[in-house]
Structure formats: C-alpha cells, structure tokens
Design a protein around this ligand. Structure first.
Ligand SMILES: C[S@@+](CC[C@H](N)C(=O)[O-])C[C@H]1O[C@@H](n2cnc3c(N)ncnc32)[C@H](O)[C@@H]1O
Length: 228
C-alpha cells in the first residue's frame, strides 16, 4: 500500500508498477502535483476516482491528500546487494520494532545514497506504515527482510554501538555494512561478535543512546560528507 501524495510521488518517480491508484479528489491531486511534483503530475491525472468513503475503507487512516495506491513491491536480491560494486554502504537494521523508525531509516538511506536497507526479524520494511514513514522511498533502493545475514558478504561489518570506538568519518569503508540494533536492546551479542569494528557516535554525558533513525542519519551523512 502506498498511502498519500508524498509516498506516491516517490513511488512513481522511482519506477513502481501499480495495480491501482485511487483518489477521491482528482482536482485536489492535480493541484498538489502541479505545485509539488510537476514531473509526475501528468501520470497522476490517470488515477481512478472513487468515493471518499471507499478511499477511507482502504486504510486505517485515510491520508489527508486523498490518494492511495496498490503497487508491486520489487523483490530484493540479497546476493546482488552484497556484490554491488558501487562505493556505497548497506544499512542493516537488526530486528527493528517501530515502523515509523524503519521508514525514516529508508528515507535517509535513499537521501544519503546507501546501496540498500536490509532488516532482520519479523517487522516488514514494506509495511504500509513503513512506506508512509519512508515517503515511498522503498522504491528508490533495494529494501528487504532476511532471516539472517550470511557470515561472508564480502563487505566489512561495522556495528553501531554506544559502547564502541568513537566514529571517525574519514575511516568509514565505502562498501561497509553499517549495522544498527533494535530500539530497546541494541545489537545482539552474535552480531557484535561478528562485527569487524564497533563504533559509536559521541554523545554528551548522561545521554544513553540516540534514536535508531537518528543514528542511521548521523552515520550515513558522516560517511557522505567525508567522501566529499
Ligand atoms: C535506540 S538505540 C538502542 C539502545 C540500546 N540500549 C543500546 O545501548 O544500544 C538503537 C540503535 O541505534 C544505534 N545507536 C544509538 N545511539 C548510538 C550511539 N551513540 N553510537 C552508536 N550507535 C548508536 C545503535 O545501533 C543502537 O543499537
């Protein structure tokens, strides 16, 4: 499910395939698209018009922009992610719990130019709330869930851990996997053991940790700004 104009705009821009795009306000959608995303305005003009109550029944919270869509989610190929030769890191979220957080991680990964976002655990990074939180940017890069991370990916594994060594942006390997832990408990002992290094974002005394998506943002932008 792609809910709302912002997410739909990105889904269209990054090549999503749609089964249906429904709106209860085609004129409002045209005005919004004309002012905020002229590149997709013409495409959105072909949305199917439905009654407001039909739209409201499509999701627990109908978006204020009165548009929703059903799109085909691309299937992530993990092997292709590991061997992607571009000098871009992979974001690994170990067992994340909060869909809004997952979406925010996808969004910043797309913005910073990460190679992919991979999750473990039961939460689906394509859950409608994650797509909403990610502003539909799941369509901009490979995003998927795995049962486990293989022992050998060919990429250095860097664990983001408040107890690690202080992060030096210039020493972040370009093709690293940056691993972030679950919201309450942090990274598992197994992942910490498997990591090539443990690094921390410095914090003022008394602050125990940063929010998951905030730490993903800080690390990715440290990497991006350091490479110039
Ligand atoms: C909300 S934190 C988890 C807090 C958990 N009690 C811990 O100590 O890791 C979620 C994830 O964000 C990352 N994180 C948060 N603050 C960090 C920091 N200062 N340095 C490095 N990583 C951090 C870690 O990967 C952490 O597992």
């Amino acid at each position: 499910m792609v809910e709302g104009f912002h997410a739909l705009k990105h889904a269209v821009r990054f090549g999503a395939t749609f089964d249906v795009v429904a709106t209860s306000d085609l004129d409002g959608l045209a005005t919004l698209a004309g002012s905020l995303a002229p590149d997709v305005a013409e495409w959105l003009s072909s949305a199917t018009v439905v009654a407001a109550d039909a739209l409201a029944a499509m999701a627990p919270r109908a978006p204020r922009t009165a548009v929703m869509a059903v799109a085909r989610r691309p299937v992530m190929d993990p092997a292709a992610v590991w061997i992607d030769p571009r000098e871009r890191p992979v974001v690994l979220l170990e067992d994340p719990r909060t869909m809004g957080n997952v979406g925010a991680c996808v969004r910043v990964a797309a913005g910073a130019g990460a190679a992919a976002v991979v999750t473990t655990g039961p939460s689906d990074p394509w859950h409608p709330d994650a797509v909403r939180g990610g502003a539909g940017l799941q369509f901009a890069l490979p995003v998927g869930r795995l049962e486990a991370i293989p022992a050998r990916t060919g990429r250095p594994l860097l664990a983001l851990d408040p107890e690690g060594e202080e992060l030096d942006p210039r020493s972040l390997p370009a093709r690293a996997i940056f691993a972030f832990g679950t919201e309450r408990d942090g990274l598992s002992p197994e992942l910490l053991d498997a990591a090539d290094a443990r690094i921390r974002l410095p914090m003022e005394a008394g602050v125990s940790s940063l929010n998951l998506a905030t730490s993903v943002a800080a690390v990715l932008y440290a990497w991006r700004l350091a490479r110039g």
